[in-house]
Design a protein around this ligand. Structure first.
Ligand SMILES: *[C@@H]1O[C@H](CO)[C@@H](O)[C@H](O)[C@H]1NC(C)=O
Ligand SMILES: *[C@@H]1O[C@H](CO)[C@@H](O)[C@H](O)[C@H]1NC(C)=O
Length: 505
């Protein structure tokens, strides 16, 4: 606290608002948004500010000192939305833009710092540059994957498919509906010739809008393998048979995995949908959250914070602990549904906007019905995350290490208070763990990596099919949404090269 006061006095006299000298040309600019072939709903790239000696700056530049302009290379009307760059609070910025039409000639991107060109600005994206709703799949998946710089392998995908060396679609057709359709949230998809078909197996399949939108978005960008699969849009993973069991497990695709089920997992509908709808309709997504991480570390309130619904008993326990230890923890339930009788003891807390969570140094992540889908966003903030031990996981957890990227706490939360006290006493380490977690997920949870992940799951699955995928009579075509207002002049051949011809090229 004393340090903070001294620091603020220092700022008043010396003037913290005067940002250190940024050398525009030495700044570093990188990211998929500079490549015409990385077609994404919202394209994005990063700027690292650098001083005249070549040192990366770690404090925010003055507000609005960086500006970005985007226009088409030739006289061609292209609607593009470019909000002001997001300040990531550590000397780096995130630039986002959404194209509402394709550009056949190409785009020019100008990045300016106080009107001086930054790094190699202006950047030229040779056309055609396609927009999100343009149906124009790249025929060669390896070209598409390299444009997105997809990783060679994903450990979670390899692990998920260990139980499924071979996938017999005929067997699935007989057994999957019989075993799982009464669970309600199951969809049967066939992707054949890049066309999506599906039927619902169950009553609670409204969330098909989330699986549909991502599969269609992928199919607009890249030629997908022919593949027939089952997606569970309910909360809980389904398949509890083990690899060696007789009969063996069935490959069900889910958004959340657990240690006692064998489901193949995908990035959750939450981060996927918010990536598709970023900058038009959703406010918190993997990109926007990076520009709203609250005060700098030293100015955050030194307490752990939690707000959420009553979807798990430990959340109520957390609120009780908070009442007894208000100097360590500020926790509240914002809506009761499962434990309504507890409201009279614990009270109901007013809703707090998600970005305001980051006014606090420490965030508590307690499961909901399954994994808490806020975890990715919490990790992207610059707070230290205390994560409840859990059998549930999302697609990227294998990359995270307890104690390195977040602080693990016991499932019953019995060691939480002690660990918060530790963080208060060991502020430097606490900040370092928060930073290393943030830095890892900034890489892993880039929206383009979700596309890589979806593609890899479909490809890995397709490679294991022992019988041919088919469109069944009771399936309906899921059409691509029409976008008559926008130019989409797909210049990629829709003909498949036959393999012989391809070899000769
Ligand atoms: C500066 O930041 C850039 C972009 O993140 C990074 O590639 C580079 O390694 C950093 N340089 C140093 C000296 O940390
Ligand atoms: C944390 O702080 C305590 C008390 O200041 C100190 O004794 C301990 O060594 C610190 N732990 C680490 C890991 O540095």
């Amino acid at each position: 606290v004393i340090n903070n006061i001294i620091l603020s006095l220092f700022c008043v006299h010396v003037g913290c608002s005067v940002s250190p000298e940024i050398d525009a040309r030495r700044c570093v600019v990188w990211g998929p948004g500079l490549s015409p072939d990385a077609v994404l709903p919202v394209r994005y790239f990063y700027i690292q500010s650098v001083d005249s000696e070549g040192h990366n700056l770690s404090a925010s530049p003055a507000a609005d000192s960086f500006r970005v302009k985007i226009w088409s290379l030739e006289k061609e009307f292209v609607r593009v939305h470019v909000p002001a760059p997001l300040d990531r609070g550590d000397g780096s910025l995130l630039v986002r833009y959404r194209l509402y039409g394709s550009s056949s000639k190409g785009l020019k991107i100008e990045v300016l710092y106080q009107d001086k060109p930054v790094a190699d600005s202006p950047y030229t994206l040779q056309g055609p540059v396609y927009h999100e709703s343009c149906v124009c799949p790249e025929r060669d998946p390896s070209v598409w994957r390299s444009a997105l710089q997809c990783p060679e392998d994903e450990p979670q995908i390899q692990q998920d498919f260990l139980s499924f060396p071979s996938i017999d679609l005929q067997r699935l057709l007989r057994e999957v509906p019989e075993r799982f359709s009464r669970r309600g949230g199951l969809l049967h998809y066939s992707l054949v010739n890049n066309q999506l078909h599906r039927r619902s197996l169950g009553k609670y399949t409204d969330f098909k809008m989330f699986s549909d939108e991502m599969l269609l978005s992928l199919a607009r960008k890249v030629k997908l393998p022919d593949v027939e699969f089952y997606i569970n849009v309910g909360d809980w993973p389904m398949e509890n048979r083990k690899a060696g069991d007789e009969p063996g497990p069935l490959p069900i695709i889910s958004w959340c995995g657990s240690t006692d089920t064998r489901d193949i997992i995908l990035p959750t509908y939450d981060i996927t949908h918010s990536s598709l709808e970023a900058m038009r309709g959703v406010t918190s997504d993997l990109l926007s959250v990076q520009g709203h991480t609250g005060p700098v570390w030293s100015d955050k309130t030194e307490k752990a914070f939690f707000r959420g619904r009553d979807s798990r008993e430990e959340r109520l326990r957390l609120v009780a602990m908070s009442k007894e230890n208000p100097e360590l923890l500020d926790a509240g339930i914002t809506a009761y549904f499962f434990f309504r009788d507890r409201e009279k003891d614990l009270g109901k807390a007013p809703l707090v906007g998600f970005f305001d969570f980051f006014k606090y140094k420490y965030q508590v992540n307690v499961d909901g019905t399954v994994a808490a889908y806020r975890f990715p966003y919490l990790m992207l903030g610059n707070s230290l995350v205390f994560k409840q031990d859990s059998p549930y996981y999302e697609h990227f957890y294998t990359h995270l290490k307890a104690g390195v990227h977040y602080i693990p706490v016991k499932r019953d939360l019995s060691d939480l208070l002690q660990k918060i006290r530790w963080a208060q006493k060991n502020d430097t380490q606490a900040e370092a763990i928060a930073k290393s977690g943030q830095s890892l997920v900034r890489d892993l949870l880039q929206p383009h990596r979700l596309y890589c992940y979806y593609y890899s799951v479909l490809q890995t699955y397709a490679d294991r099919q022992s019988t041919r995928p088919a469109v069944h009579p009771d399936m309906e075509l899921v059409p691509q949404p029409s976008d008559p207002s926008a130019l989409c002049d797909c210049q990629r051949s829709s003909e498949e090269l036959d393999p012989l011809q391809k070899n000769e090229l």
